[in-house]
Design a protein around this ligand. Structure first.
Ligand code: AMP
Length: 461
């Protein structure tokens, strides 16, 4: 695309700033100062494309996952647009920019970014989400805010109570729109859209552009700039991925062994179920490993506390379900473990995207048992590559995952029948010693994603 056509004329730059890579994007000095203080030196690809486009007033539809720097990509230009439009002085601030996110954690993180980047601008922001008392939120909104970050349900509640008005809204952001649809928010989103003034700038961010997202976009964005920074079904290149074959009943022991032996100080562990998350966190605690679980059944305060403890290194391990962990931004997270493989292949990509962020090297280990052979094959097919296998000595499975035993094309490995026990077949993963092998397939393609959302039983996990 032609950036020069979208550049606003009022480019403000401060050549003394170190964040010089940002200087061509047209950001004003107070924003450049905040970017500099964050330590960013060069804009990420999404920022390079989105910032000038948003400043130029365009609608944007971006395929970008968490970890790409998308939050700054929309927050910085929104702050600038609101600041430059100016407001008549007065106590009450009408809401001018609304950012809707699927989860409470993401909402809190986005609003923290708004505050960070907007530190040197006289704009006001707030965050509202369900699961906590509404009254403090009402008090915060009483004098009005310029920017509101919200989850859909609570936003509608506050609007119904007359606390939030959309009359002067200029900019709407739907962040992680695909996840909003997955979580069943489509009706709420449509209700919100119907309440907004028709003349506005719309920014739509989604990990993938599925047909549902395109259908949603149709009535939402006007001749948008389409940006795609990561192929939707690729895994981040900076993450090294490894499968560790292990029997199901020995997974917790293996995890404890790894945490202790490899001296992991901060590891995010994914389980498929809330119950599994609780059970694992308790087991880890019993082994003297500081840990906590976060999932949809936990109160918001418990989730916030656990996340804060994890971020500040007081908790060594955070055990999370997919939805609870969605959008978590933990700087430089070195290690992710899939205690269970996810049922939905795309969640694997989201999970491992929690590490190796913003160019840092990360590691993702998956503990895989026999019952998960098929899930593993589906994931490998989805990401268009085979994942390296490492056998941890002392944890050789009685029942190796079937696909790991095959020398040939693993794609066609049959699922085991009956109890699945295999006699004598020493799979490569069963050699003594810590062995590893690599079957590097081709790079992930940028093809469309075959989303298997229908297989997702419940929205809340
Ligand atoms: P996001 O994709 O918005 O969740 O951002 C992922 C992480 O990248 C966050 O921790 C940001 O602070 C960080 N980040 C965003 N932009 C940049 C940049 N230009 N340079 C370095 N880090 C960045």
């Amino acid at each position: 695309m032609q950036f020069s056509l979208l550049f606003p004329n009022n480019v403000h730059m401060n050549s003394n700033l170190k964040a010089s890579g940002f200087s061509g994007l047209g950001l004003i000095a107070p924003l450049m100062r905040a970017v500099e203080e964050k330590g960013y030196e060069t804009p990420s690809p999404i920022q390079e494309e989105a910032i000038p486009a948003v400043l130029g007033g365009r609608d944007v539809m971006a395929a970008a996952q968490t970890g790409t720097g998308k939050t700054a990509g929309f927050t910085l230009p929104i702050l600038q647009l609101l600041h430059e439009a100016g407001r008549a002085p007065g106590k009450f601030r009408p809401l001018r920019a609304l950012i809707v996110t699927p989860t409470r954690e993401l909402a809190a993180q986005v609003e923290a970014s708004v505050k960070t980047y907007g530190e040197y601008l006289p704009l006001r922001s707030a965050v509202v989400f369900g699961g906590v008392k509404i009254n403090p939120q009402i008090n915060t909104l009483r004098n009005g805010v310029d920017i509101l970050v919200a989850t859909p349900g609570r936003l509608l509640d506050l609007h119904q109570q007359g606390i939030v008005s959309f009359q002067e809204l200029e900019i709407l952001v739907l962040d992680e729109a695909d996840r909003m649809l997955d979580m069943g928010f489509i009706h709420d989103i449509r209700k919100i859209l119907a309440l907004l003034p028709p003349q506005r700038q719309n920014l739509l961010f989604s990990a993938t552009f599925s047909s549902e997202i395109r259908a949603l976009a149709k009535g939402l964005v006007n001749s948008p700039l389409e940006i795609s920074v990561t192929p939707p079904n690729s895994t981040v290149d900076t993450v090294s991925q490894t499968v560790l074959p292990v029997d199901k009943r020995r997974k917790a022991d293996l995890l404890i062994h790894l945490i202790k032996e490899r001296q992991w100080h901060q590891v995010l562990v994914f389980t498929r179920t809330k119950h599994g998350a609780n059970r694992l966190a308790q087991k880890l605690e019993k082994s003297g490993i500081e840990s906590a679980a976060i999932h949809g059944n936990k109160s918001q305060n418990a989730r916030t506390r656990a996340l804060a403890g994890f971020k500040s290194n007081q908790l060594q391990v955070l055990v999370a379900t997919d939805i609870a962990a969605r959008g978590l931004d933990i700087n430089q997270l070195p290690q992710v473990v899939n205690f269970d493989l996810p049922n939905v292949e795309e969640d694997y990509v989201h999970r491992i995207g929690r590490t190796g962020r913003a160019g840092a090297q990360g590691k993702a280990l998956s503990l895989v048992c026999l019952e998960e052979s098929k899930l593993l094959r589906n994931i490998e097919r989805f990401i268009h590559r085979n994942i390296d296998v490492e056998q941890i000595p002392g944890f050789e499975p009685m029942d190796p995952p079937s696909s790991l035993q095959e020398e040939g094309p693993r794609r066609s490995a049959p699922m085991p029948r009956g109890n699945g026990r295999r006699q004598g077949g020493q799979g490569r993963g069963r050699n003594p010693g810590s062995t590893s092998r690599s079957h590097r397939g081709g790079q992930a393609s940028s093809g469309g994603s075959n989303r298997s959302r229908n297989s997702r039983g419940s929205h809340r996990r």
